[in-house]
Design a protein around this ligand. Structure first.
Ligand SMILES: CC(C)(COP(=O)(O)OP(=O)(O)OC[C@H]1O[C@@H](n2cnc3c(N)ncnc32)[C@H](O)[C@@H]1OP(=O)(O)O)[C@@H](O)C(=O)NCCC(=O)NCCS
Length: 287
């Protein structure tokens, strides 16, 4: 059967909550670490589409998250092994792009995904390192006089959204609101001003630290050291922009680079603005 004939027998439709088990099975087959709960969290703040084979089984997924009017992140692009190479991934990408007219789309691409995304007009704009290990006990990092770490609470929503928007150039309010409920957060408080924030939450095989945004590298390191120190012995993961300045220190404390993905976007660049910098992603899918 030609690809064109096969594609006419593949149905695609919006993703529903009831599809998440099947999505989870697809990512598990790839040895991706996501739990069903991770799929549920992603779906609670985003949307997606699925592809079904002629017997109605889900054989492909794609998800995206709208950040304000002009930006979105895209991820969980999976086509089951047996169905790859017939144009299903491309069809899901076209449908996602059609759902996001005029929107700059960001993603983090596995080496397998890069050729598809290049064909869809995405351009590389950086490298994201996946770092993980069982965390060793960490000494706290001293902050300058007048600067302290404190827990983040619901009252910090606006300040965190402002930091995040400054660091990524897009409004991720919905995601931040969800993280404030699901995750634990800390803030670098500089004389009453928020100079950085970092969330830590359950994800995959353990805990993930991210997003981490701060005005200074030592502020970011202090927040990361805090989260790692409070989970000694547990599996910890961070996804960091390669050029964020933390790689050497993370090597020293044993959070080793185990993989890397290509950051890509339809604008061919990162949207970062202002003095706030991104030190860790929320996840590869969320950006
Ligand atoms: C990446 C993935 C979704 C592609 O899905 P797919 O259905 O096999 O892709 P398609 O058949 O639609 O291919 C789309 C285009 O990309 C090209 N392409 C796909 N995989 C390729 C590869 N490994 N090398 C070169 N080109 C490739 C195809 O030739 C096609 O181009 P064309 O339309 O000009 O012929 C699929 O390989 C997959 O699920 N991989 C594992 C999960 C993963 O890594 N996902 C990406 C996460 S960022």
């Amino acid at each position: 059967m030609t690809d064109a004939a096969l594609l006419t027998r593949i149905e695609t439709r919006p993703m529903h909550e009831a599809d998440l088990e099947a999505g989870y099975a697809l990512s598990k087959a790839l040895s991706w670490p996501h739990r069903l709960e991770d799929w549920q969290f992603m779906f609670s703040v985003g949307e997606g589409r699925v592809a079904l084979n002629p017997t109605g089984e889900i054989i492909g997924t794609i998800m995206w998250w709208r950040y304000g009017e002009g930006h979105a992140s895209l991820g969980m692009v999976i086509v089951a092994d047996a169905w790859q190479g017939h144009g299903i991934g491309k069809r899901l990408m076209v449908e996602a792009r059609n759902a996001l007219p005029g929107v700059v789309i960001h993603l983090n691409a596995t080496p397998t995904g890069v050729p598809l995304y290049e064909k869809m007009g995405f351009r590389p704009c950086g490298i994201v390192e996946q770092r993980q290990s069982n965390a060793a006990a960490q000494p706290l990092i001293a902050l300058p006089v007048g600067v302290r770490l404190r827990p983040a609470g619901q009252n910090d929503l606006e300040a965190i959204v402002a930091c995040d928007t400054q660091a990524c150039g897009m409004n991720r309010r919905r995601l931040i609101m969800a993280l404030l409920s699901l995750a634990k957060g800390v803030i670098v408080d500089d004389g009453g001003k928020v100079a950085g924030y970092a969330f830590c939450r359950k994800f995959g095989w353990g805990m993930v630290v991210g997003p981490v945004m701060a005005t200074r590298t030592d502020y970011a390191a202090a927040m990361i050291a805090y989260w790692i120190g409070s989970h000694a012995g547990q599996f910890m993961r961070l996804d960091i922009p390669q050029d964020c300045g933390l790689s050497h220190w993370l090597d020293e404390i044993g959070l080793l680079r185990v993989d890397a993905v290509a950051a890509m976007s339809t604008s061919g660049g990162n949207a970062d603005v202002g003095p706030m910098q991104r030190f860790a992603l929320c996840s590869q899918a969320f950006g």
